[in-house]
Design a binder for this molecule. Sequence first.
Ligand SMILES: [Zn+2]
Length: 279
Amino acid sequence: MSRRAALRALAALAGVLLLGAAAAQTPQDDRVVFPAGVQQGALVIGKVPPGSRVEYAGRTLRVTGYGSVALGIGRDAQGPAQVKVTRPDGREETVAIRIDPRDWPLQRVDGVPPATVDPPPAIAERIRREQAQVSAQRSRDDDRADFAQRFVQPVEGRISGRFGRARVYNGRPGSPHSGMDIAAPTGTAVRAPAGGIVTFAAPDLYLTGGTVLLDHGHGISSNFLHLSRLDVRVGDRVEQGQVIGAVGATGRATGPHLHWGMNWFDVRIDPQLVLERAP
Ligand SMILES: [Zn+2]
C-alpha cells in the first residue's frame, strides 16, 4: 500500500471510530437503566433520559448531560431501593432495585492504644470536632462525573480489613469497619483511585492520623487514612493514578496500612464493590 493510501485508510478508520463515539454519546436514549439487584454497600450508577428528575432516599440526584446518576446503598440498607424518575416529558417511573444482604463477620482488633478506644473527655471532644470537619465535606454535590471512571486500587498489598465487619477493639465493641484496609510498608505511594478534588487534608487527626478526602462528584467521595505523608492540599485537582500521599500508621492503627473508605454523602459504601463494578 502506498503511503497516501495508508493515510487514507487511517483517516477512514478514525472517521468510523469518531462516528461510533458520537453514536454512543448521543443523548437520545430514552431508557431508564438501573441494575436489577445490588449488594449492601454498593455504588449504583444508573442511566436516565438527560433532563430527567431523579429522586432517591429523600434527595434529588444530580443528573449528568448524558443522563448518568449515582447513589449509594448503605451497609444495613434493606431492599428494594426505590428510585423515582420523572422524564423531561413528565412521565414517571419508579425503579425498584433489589438489595442482597451480606453477612458481616466479627473482627477483633487487639493492641490498639487504649486512649483511642476509650478516650478521655477532652480527647472525645477533639474527635467529635475533627469528625464534624470531615463530615461537612461529604455534603458536597459537585457537578463532576469522576465517579463514573473505572476505579483502581490506590495501593497494592494484602487486604487486611474488609468493609462492614463488626469490630471489637481491645475487647470493646466499636463501629463497623467503614472501608477497606490494604497492608503496605510505611512510605508506599498512595494513588488516586479516580479523579477528584481534594476537599480535606490534615496530617494528624486523632483517630485517623494523616487524612485526605477526595471528592469524585455527585456526592461520591473517597477518604484515605493513617497516611505518613500528604502530597496534596485542599482545592487540588487530582487525576487517577496521581500520588496523593504515603502509607503510614498514624492515628488509631496497629501497623502501617492504607484505610480507603468511600461515601455517597454520609452513606458509607464498599470500595471493593466499586473496584469490582463492571464499567
Ligand atoms: Zn480501616
